[in-house]
Design a binder for this molecule. Sequence first.
Ligand code: HEC
Ligand code: HEC
Length: 235
Amino acid sequence: MKRVLILAALLFLAGCSQGKKENNLDGKKLLEQKCSSCHNLDLPPKTFEDEKAPPMMAVAFHVRSFIKTEDESQRVPKAIAFVKDYVINPSASKSFCDKESLKSYGLMPSQKGKVTQDELQAIAEYMFSHFTQKNLNEAQVIQNRLNAMPKGERLALQNNCLSCHKVDRKIVGPAFRDVARKKGNSLEVLMQSIKNGSKKKYASSKGAIMPAFTKLSDADVKTISEWILSLKDEK
Ligand code: HEC
Ligand code: HEC
């Protein structure tokens, strides 16, 4: 189960990579507020049939690699300057989008009056520190490991169940293996306990309670419960 803890830590890191800068503007938040209505911000990106704009990862990779510079150390500063200008004064001649895509998306509408130069500085700094090949590779490693897990285990990880439960020994909550073996426990019972919470059922938990997870869908609760029950023979 060590594997899962490392994954949980990686997920946590991926979720809060640095956004705040000295000027106190949070580039990550600003990007979400000012740009996500058109650009998908996921890493790796999600693409849609009717998307309004290229995913932000594509934009960042694009701009960084196409910007002209003799001096590699100037690449990111120049890319930042490009973004600050483009968002206010977009034009077909400046865009690094290929002609086909430009035609299908249409030119980006100027965001003049909607975002300041300081905010754009923070946004662009964040873009070029977050949408990197290294972060993409790491995100893909995490994604591949998540994909390789049984779906129930993945849901348990993503919903933080594993901060209180392990498969093979109790921490705050009982070992899932022991939950699966407990007399009288069935799919129904587990689903009810996850949705409504549980207390005083396990002496080993010393009065700690299982919080109710009211926001999980029935389908997800069922998938997690089936996974837990499958752990009966786990050593
Ligand atoms: C109303 C929709 C919309 C919003 C909001 C928007 N964009 Fe765009 N953006 C587009 C479209 C469409 C394109 C592709 C066409 C083009 O290059 O002009 C684009 C292209 C770009 C490009 C040029 C990409 C290239 O490869 O040359 C940059 C840079 C960019 N956007 C940055 C931003 C940033 C930063 C924000 C937030 C401050 C933002 N955009 C908000 C629609 C939008
Ligand atoms: C804050 C800690 C905590 C979290 C987070 C947590 N649990 Fe629990 N869980 C507990 C404790 C403590 C118990 C034992 C409660 C008792 O004694 O009845 C428990 C018991 C259970 C049981 C046994 C119920 C039964 O009827 O036998 C299941 C199944 C379970 N948890 C699943 C989950 C799942 C799935 C998640 C994530 C969606 C989760 N838990 C998240 C603490 C937690």
